[in-house]
Design a binder for this molecule. Structure first.
Ligand code: AVJ
Length: 347
């Protein structure tokens, strides 16, 4: 069975949520799509997860971006006025969250020699770098957009929508003569199963021109004990992040989930190379969600599967990119955290 397959419905956001909850809770095993974890509180809880000593993805990635950002931008030919790039260039970020990663990358434009920094700033005024932020969370777009606005030399366009429709919006208006760099960071690709990841990379590729680039951040397979601490932390922040999905359903869809009657669970599924988050029913119980037309019995121990975070081997990422119309050109690995940034060019 394919978890988190596309919903059969497409309509207004509130209706989408209700339809998705009805559809996915009716599956066997019961599921909920992980993108709904990011309501305003969920987004803040995810930011807190990024600060946890046991969750290394965010820190490792920001560290790599600080260290290698200038190389990345040069490869992507995104220094405005960079030799050989005639026109304005743009960055498209899928799921920017609070904007820290992109901000970190953009700040490296001014690294290095004073001359290079001056050059970058002067040219940036001549042709402002365009940034497209694509996120389902309006709150994330707000926070990330405001952080980028403060840089002063960036033109930010917000797309409050799914990755797919955001990509089709930006594909329709490529920069005249310039290059596009797509950022798909934070191991967001980990939410797709392997076939889904391949399909989605094809979707990204289809929105690009040959010579455009993709920066992919992906978490690597690591010891099970580390993975379980990262997804079931001793402070209970990840548990709150997971349980908040039920709070959201209660509030937005008139649900009557009893929060006390569910427990957070993280499982490493080695065969599938993924960490799964579940909400386990602590007892036999009845749950109703009015707007989603749900009236269900849950057994004690029955779970709702709320997220998959697939983990990769470095070579697998290169293969995946190679199969989807990209050529990997450089890879940076945070050795201790086991996290990889891969830069690939669209063939
Ligand atoms: C933002 C989807 C990459 O899977 O690691 C963090 C979300 N879930 N802790 C991840 C998450 C539990 C995160 N992603």
């Amino acid at each position: 069975m394919r978890p988190f397959a596309a919903s059969p419905n497409a309509s207004a956001p509130a209706e989408d949520f209700a339809n998705d909850v009805e559809y996915y809770l009716g599956l066997e095993p019961r599921q909920l799509p992980s993108r709904y974890l990011y309501d305003p509180l969920g987004s803040v809880l995810f930011d807190a997860i990024g600060e946890l000593p046991w969750y290394g993805i965010t820190r490792a990635e920001v560290g790599l971006l600080e260290q290698y950002g200038r190389d990345i931008l040069a490869h992507a030919a995104l220094f405005p006025g960079f030799p050989g790039v005639p026109g304005p260039s743009r960055i498209v970020e899928l799921g920017p969250g609070n904007g820290t990663k992109l901000l970190t990358l953009l700040k490296t434009r001014h690294d290095g020699s004073a001359e290079a920094g001056h050059y970058g700033r002067r040219e940036a005024r001549a042709s402002r770098l365009k940034v497209h932020l694509i996120d389902v969370s309006g709150k994330a777009l707000d926070v990330a957009g405001r952080a980028l606005d403060e840089l002063g030399d960036i033109e930010v366009e917000r797309h409050e929508t799914t990755y797919e429709s955001g990509l089709s919006e930006v594909a329709g208006k490529p920069p005249a003569g310039g290059r596009t760099l797509v950022l798909f960071l934070g191991s967001n690709i980990g939410n797709f199963d392997r076939p889904g990841a391949e399909e989605f990379l094809c979707t990204i590729r289809a929105a690009l021109q040959p010579g455009d680039t993709l920066l992919l951040g992906a978490d690597l397979v690591k010891p099970e004990a580390d993975l379980l601490l990262a997804y079931d932390d001793p402070l209970g922040v990840t548990a709150a992040f997971n349980l908040n999905l039920l709070v959201r359903i209660n509030r937005e869809l008139g649900g009557d989930f009893d929060l006390q009657a569910f427990a957070h669970q993280a499982v490493w599924n080695a065969a599938a190379s993924r960490v799964e988050m579940h909400l386990v029913s602590r007892r036999r119980q009845r749950v109703r969600v009015a707007s989603a037309r749900i009236d269900m019995e849950m057994e004690k121990g029955e779970t709702i599967w709320t997220e998959s975070s697939y983990k990769y081997q470095p070579e697998e990422l290169a293969t995946l990119l190679g199969h989807t119309g990209f050529r990997p050109i450089e890879r940076w690995v945070a050795a201790e955290a086991r996290f990889a940034l891969t830069l690939a060019r669209a063939d």
